[in-house]
Design a protein around this ligand. Structure first.
Ligand SMILES: [Zn+2]
Length: 248
């Protein structure tokens, strides 16, 4: 799926897979996230070149997860920006973790790093944590576009992983809203809006209440904010991760 939001913003994704966003700015085309597959990333590069007919300026990774970074290999010659944490997490993938993923020839890590924030005339990149400690959002100032990475899943259950922090995640969603974006590209799913942010926030609050025992599983399952999301298997998996966090 390739979707042009206007003549400067293109989102490439497929049902449930991670979104790749390309935006034409004054400093060239900015690509956010590179997908799991190097072949797909190479195709994205061609598509972007055909669509904008302008050079790629910079590539950004929202966080270390392979479905957002393994395609970096197709963009090796460019400036690849991420938080320092993202790079260090990518450097510590172990054999067992990698064995569960499609094998790739080479992991290309970001080559331009920031600690908490990176800002230039077009972009504000801010590490907010939440989904993972390195989860960062990219705000395109002129377009009023926010690319959220996996802080937002639209229409899908979110992936709450072993290193997720629900409180930081909820704060991150609130922060995104303060930017008053016109366009919101989630990590997975269709183009979102403020209501999608609030639904994600309510989802995470309810997960917190569930593990605290304040609501039961039935209350959760009968909530449309849960039952209508795709990939229900992710719900069980997320719950397991949260219970494990609590136990440890
Ligand atoms: Zn992720």
């Amino acid at each position: 799926m390739i979707k042009a939001l206007n003549d400067r913003i293109v989102v490439i994704g497929a049902e449930g897979s991670s979104n790749v966003t390309a935006v034409l700015t004054k400093d060239g085309v900015v690509i956010v996230d590179t997908s799991l597959f190097p072949e797909k990333a190479r195709k994205v590069k061609e598509l972007v070149n055909d669509f904008f007919k302008r050079p790629i300026g910079v590539v950004v990774n929202t966080h270390y997860h392979p479905d957002h970074t393994f395609g970096n290999v197709a963009f090796e010659e460019f400036k690849i920006v991420s938080s320092e944490l993202t790079k260090s997490f990518m450097e510590s993938f172990d054999e067992e973790y990698l064995s569960k993923l499609p094998s790739i020839d080479k992991i290309v890590t970001p080559n331009f790093l920031f600690d908490e924030e990176y800002e230039d005339r077009n972009l504000l990149i801010k590490r907010l944590g939440g989904h993972t400690p390195d989860s960062s959002i990219i705000f395109f100032k002129q377009e009023r576009l926010v690319v959220t990475g996996d802080l937002l899943f639209n229409g899908f259950h979110p992936e709450i992983v072993a290193d997720s922090d629900l409180d930081a995640w909820i704060d991150a969603l609130k922060f995104i809203e303060t930017l008053k974006p016109i366009w919101i590209v989630p990590g997975h799913g269709e183009i979102a809006n403020t209501e999608s942010l609030r639904a994600m926030e309510r989802y995470l609050m309810k997960m917190k209440r569930l593990i605290e025992g304040a609501v039961n599983l039935q209350d959760v399952m009968s909530d449309e904010n849960f039952s209508k999301r795709k990939f229900p298997e992710l719900f069980g998996w997320s719950l397991e991760n949260l219970l494990h966090q609590r136990g440890s």
